[in-house]
Design a protein around this ligand. Structure first.
Ligand SMILES: *[C@@H]1O[C@H](CO)[C@@H](O)[C@H](O)[C@H]1NC(C)=O
Length: 266
């Protein structure tokens, strides 16, 4: 009888429903020297004061890119994709990378998505990452399940690579796992279709949604093998480009996504 009770207690305390997975992920990062240091750096940058009292967004974003490029992916991805069953967890997940500085401009209306898209297009940092995201996450009509082959983990890696760029995405609220960059297509004029096509890579993308929902591989740090931590994001991005090539993505989608063919053409 006592044994049964103990067993029940044990099961309850380890069942995922009873835990806030995002708190677990934060604790795991704290316990890892490298993860902790990189996170401390971006939090310090993103909460710092910049010129005129605004946050130093460029420095904040750079520190975030370093966090995801150099931190152990098992830990950084757990912070970004921790599965949540309640708003407290989802709110924590949404606040992971200081979105008030890195993502949105509080108190202002979001810009047209064409603005961050144009900025990204002209950025040597952003453009290859957006192409990698497109190649790894966009639905692929010719594939058996409609998504790029073996795409889930590559898609999450490419998504994480966008955090800290001009098209930084985040969870849109604490009641869902939907993600989007901070922008809309209300005032996009005669480029509305282009704007929607870009936004739907995030908001209407079942391959991305599926990859995020399938993220459930996080293990307590004692069980973790950090072998993959030396492989940084730049390297993964290069792999994406050399195996599938942005070119394949380009030819696939240049018809429906004119902005992409512009990215591909030079
Ligand atoms: C979820 O978001 C709403 C709206 O932004 C907010 O009022 C609420 O406090 C959030 N819930 C939690 C648990 O933080």
């Amino acid at each position: 009888m006592l044994l049964l009770l103990l067993l029940q207690l044990l099961l309850r305390s380890t069942s995922s429903a009873a835990r806030n997975r995002c708190v677990d992920a934060a604790e795991a990062c704290t316990a890892d020297a490298r993860c902790q240091q990189l996170r401390t750096e971006y939090v310090a940058q993103c909460l710092g004061a910049g010129a005129g009292g605004a946050c130093p967004r460029a420095r904040c974003r750079r520190a975030l890119r370093r966090f995801f490029a150099r931190g152990p992916p098992a830990l950084t991805h757990a912070l970004l994709f921790c599965p949540c069953a309640d708003p407290a967890c989802a709110e924590r997940r949404r606040q992971t990378f200081v979105p008030a500085c890195a993502f949105s401009r509080p108190g202002r209306a979001p810009p047209s998505c064409l603005a961050p898209l144009d900025t990204c297009e002209h950025s040597g940092v952003c453009r290859p990452r957006l192409l990698a995201f497109q190649a790894s996450c966009a639905p692929a009509p010719s594939a058996p399940d409609g998504c790029p082959q073996d795409q889930a983990s590559r898609c999450l890696r490419a998504y994480a690579g966008l955090v800290g760029t001009a098209v930084t995405p985040n969870y849109v609220d604490n009641g869902s796992a939907r993600v989007a960059p901070w922008c809309d297509c209300g005032a996009s004029g005669n480029r509305r279709e282009e704007c929607e096509a870009f936004r739907e890579l995030f908001t209407g993308n079942r391959c991305l949604d599926g990859a995020i929902q399938a993220f459930d591989s996080w293990q307590p740090p004692v069980l973790q093998d950090h072998l993959d931590s030396s492989q940084d994001l730049e390297h993964s991005l290069l792999q994406v480009s050399s195996t599938d090539g942005p070119l394949k993505g380009c030819s696939l989608l240049s018809i429906s996504l004119p902005w992409l063919s512009r990215l591909c053409s030079d």
